[in-house]
Design a protein around this ligand. Structure first.
Ligand SMILES: NC(=O)c1ccc[n+]([C@@H]2O[C@H](COP(=O)([O-])OP(=O)(O)OC[C@H]3O[C@@H](n4cnc5c(N)ncnc54)[C@H](OP(=O)(O)O)[C@@H]3O)[C@@H](O)[C@H]2O)c1
Length: 327
């Protein structure tokens, strides 16, 4: 199986490169691709030095089976169909194809059965959506009708530029408007990620609603909340309230048992300290804590996941591994 990483110089692309070292997809060294600015740059992979190729009209796609895209929506829109036309399956991290008809939107632990055989575009969901669904899927059979989810999203969710902004401001440097944030982030937070629509709902908040509905095949599910950018380098945290519409005093214990048994989830019971983003940077599983039911018609929980890994690179590699087992 031969792979390529498009956007290898970025926050997500670098994690993909590292994950492929220990993946069954790493039988052959991956092809490294980024913008023409990065052509010729070298990265270590196992004991080899690999050279970055430019994504331009001269690129030779022959021999590539699956390409992991992490270069932003406009690159995906332009290039993913061209890769597929050359017989390459694309697993795409951007939002470009997530809601497109016929494009599977996949979290392997949640709906891995929709992964197709053969060349296709497969979309990786939004990072907060993946982290939420890892905690929601184990208790989905309990029948929540409405979710209220507030997110506390790390600056690396905005890529290298987001990390640089926090580091620059924290070391006394100036705030630079729009690079990438429209507000200072050090010692601050901002309760809106992306533009707001006419209802005041931001792009990031809308993604959670639309993507949860698609992945869970649940058109009536309501997901609402506030997505907040916080001055944390890495790992998104989510405060989720699940509303069921009826009272059940047994729901709390059933949810705890399901979360304890869930693959890819670490459950912190009430006696343990809740998970926090700092120590979980680099962790593969999603952590869930503070599960509680102060009212018998609802459950509340706190969820933390490394959005660069399970929210992006790791989920993408897992999709590609599942796809390769079918093909
Ligand atoms: N960061 C996260 O937590 C996260 C989570 C989920 C999804 N995502 C998605 O993953 C994608 C990458 O995000 P990121 O955070 O890794 O961004 P990033 O750190 O800013 O990296 C962007 C990458 O895109 C490449 N690129 C830019 N213009 C290009 C072009 N014209 N041709 C080819 N490559 C080009 C860059 O290459 P150069 O270095 O050559 O410019 C770089 O490798 C985005 O779609 C993002 O929405 C990110």
């Amino acid at each position: 199986m031969s792979t390529a990483i498009v956007g290898v110089t970025g926050v997500v692309g670098q994690e993909m490169l590292s994950l492929l070292e220990d993946s069954p997809l790493g039988e052959e060294p991956p092809r490294l691709v980024a913008s023409p600015r990065s052509a010729g740059q070298q990265f270590r992979w196992r004991d080899e030095s690999l050279t970055v190729e430019a994504l331009d009209s001269d690129i030779d796609l022959s021999g590539i089976d699956v390409a992991l895209f992490a270069a932003g929506g406009s690159i995906s829109k332009e290039w993913a169909p061209r890769f597929v036309a050359e017989g390459v399956t694309v697993v795409d991290n951007s939002s470009a194809f997530r809601l497109a008809d016929g494009v599977p939107l996949v979290v392997p632990e949640v709906n891995g059965e929709v992964i197709p055989k053969g060349p296709a575009i497969i979309a990786n969901p939004n990072c907060s959506t993946i982290i939420l669904l890892m905690a929601l899927k184990p208790i989905w059979q309990l029948g929540p009708k409405r979710l209220i989810v507030d997110t506390y999203q790390a600056v690396s969710g905005a890529g290298i530029a987001g990390l640089e902004a926090l580091e620059r401001e924290a070391s006394g440097g100036e705030f630079r408007q729009g690079e990438p944030f429209p507000f200072p982030i050090h010692g601050n937070l901002f309760p809106a990620i992306g533009e707001a629509d006419e209802e005041g709902v931001t792009v990031e908040e809308r993604k959670m609603l639309d993507e949860c509905r698609k992945i869970l095949s649940s058109k009536d599910l309501i997901v609402q909340g506030t997505c907040v950018r916080v001055p944390v380098a890495r790992c998104h945290s989510l405060a989720a309230t699940l509303l069921f519409g009826d009272e059940d005093v047994n729901r709390l214990s059933m949810a705890a048992e399901a979360l304890k048994a869930a693959p890819g989830v670490v459950f912190h019971d009430g006696a343990e300290a809740p998970p926090t983003p700092g120590p979980l940077s680099g962790a593969h599983p999603v952590s869930v804590g503070r599960l509680r039911a102060p009212f018998a018609d609802s459950l509340q929980m706190w969820i933390v996941g490394d959005q660069v890994l399970k929210g992006a690179a790791l989920n993408t590699v897992q999709i590609a591994e599942s796809w390769s087992r079918l093909s």
